[in-house]
Design a protein around this ligand. Structure first.
Ligand code: ADP
Ligand code: MG
Length: 244
C-alpha cells in the first residue's frame, strides 16, 4: 500500500447540537487529487478545516503522513505547515505588496532569512504567472490574480498537502480558468490535493477520485468517470443532475 498522506477514521464533528461530520472515513494518497463535492451545508468546508485543525474534531482519528495528530500534544503550527489551505476569499494583507504577502509566513513562522524568502517568493510568483506583480499591492490585482497570490502564499510554506475550499467560487467567470490552470499545474507536479469545487470540468480532468458528501456523510466515492457517468447512489444522481 502506498503511503497515505491523510487518513481519517470515524471522524465526528459537532457544532453544539448540530452533528456536521458523521463517522467520516477518508484517505488521500501521495500525489492524489481528490475532489470533494456536495450540496451547500453538507460539511465539505468543515471537513477541510478539520484536516487543517482550523476546527477540532470531537472524535475519531486523524493521521497526517502516517502520524496520528493529537491536538493536545502536537504542535499544530507544525502540522499546518505541512497542510496548506486556499480559501474562497483570498484574505491577502492589503497593506503588503504581493511579494510581502508571499514571504510573510516563511519570515514569521519559519524564520527564513529575508533574502532567501524573497528569492523563493519570486520563484513562486513566476510559477503562478505573476512574476511581474511582486511589487504591486493586492488592490491593483484582479480576483484571479489575487487567488494565484494566495496559492503562492500557501506554497511558500512548502506544504506537502494542499487543501482548496471553493477557490474559484468568488471569481468572475472569465477569471476561473487561470486559477484552475494553476491548480492543474500543481497537480501535474505531484502535489497531494483535496479540492472542494463545483467545477465539474476540473474534477473530470484532474481528479483521481471524486468524493460525494451529503448531510455530513460520505455517500459515494469513485473515479470521476464512474461518479459522473454512472453514479451508484440515488442521492449522487440527484445532486449531479441538480448542478450539471
Ligand atoms: P459546506 O462547506 O458543505 O457548505 P459546511 O462545512 O460549511 O458545509 O457546514 C456544514 C454545517 O455546519 C452547516 O449546517 C453549517 O451551517 C454548519 N456550520 C459550519 N460552520 C459552523 C460554525 N462555525 N458554527 C456553527 N455551525 C457551523
Ligand atoms: Mg463550504
Amino acid at each position: 500500500m502506498s503511503e497515505q498522506m491523510i487518513q481519517v477514521n470515524k471522524l465526528n464533528k459537532y457544532f453544539g447540537d448540530l452533528h456536521v461530520l458523521k463517522d467520516i472515513d477518508f484517505h488521500v494518497e501521495e500525489s492524489e487529487v481528490v475532489v470533494l463535492i456536495g450540496a451547500s451545508g453538507s460539511g465539505k468546508s468543515t471537513m477541510l478545516r478539520c484536516l487543517n485543525f482550523l476546527e477540532m474534531k470531537n472524535s475519531g482519528e486523524l493521521y497526517i503522513k502516517g502520524e496520528q495528530i493529537d491536538p493536545k500534544k502536537d504542535n499544530l503550527n507544525q502540522v499546518r505547515q505541512q497542510v496548506g489551505m486556499v480559501f474562497q476569499h483570498f484574505n491577502l494583507f492589503p497593506h503588503k505588496t504581493v511579494l510581502g504577502n508571499v514571504i510573510e509566513a516563511p519570515l514569521q513562522v519559519k524564520k527564513v532569512s529575508k533574502a532567501q524568502a524573497k528569492k523563493e517568493g519570486k520563484e513562486l510568483l513566476e510559477k503562478v504567472g505573476l512574476g511581474d506583480k511582486a511589487d504591486d499591492y493586492p488592490a491593483r490585482l484582479s480576483g484571479g490574480q489575487k487567488q494565484r497570490v494566495a496559492i503562492a502564499r500557501a506554497l511558500a510554506m512548502k506544504p506537502e498537502i494542499m487543501l482548496f475550499d471553493e477557490p474559484t467560487s468568488a471569481l468572475d467567470p472569465e477569471l476561473v480558468g487561470e486559477v484552475l490552470q494553476t491548480m492543474k499545474d500543481l497537480a501535474k507536479e505531484g502535489m497531494t490535493m483535496v479540492v472542494v469545487t463545483h467545477e465539474m470540468g476540473f474534477a473530470r480532468e484532474v481528479a483521481d477520485r471524486v468524493v460525494y458528501m451529503h448531510d455530513g456523510k460520505i455517500v459515494e466515492t469513485g473515479a470521476p468517470k464512474d461518479i459522473f457517468e454512472n453514479p451508484k447512489e440515488e442521492r449522487t444522481q440527484a445532486f449531479l443532475s441538480s448542478i450539471l
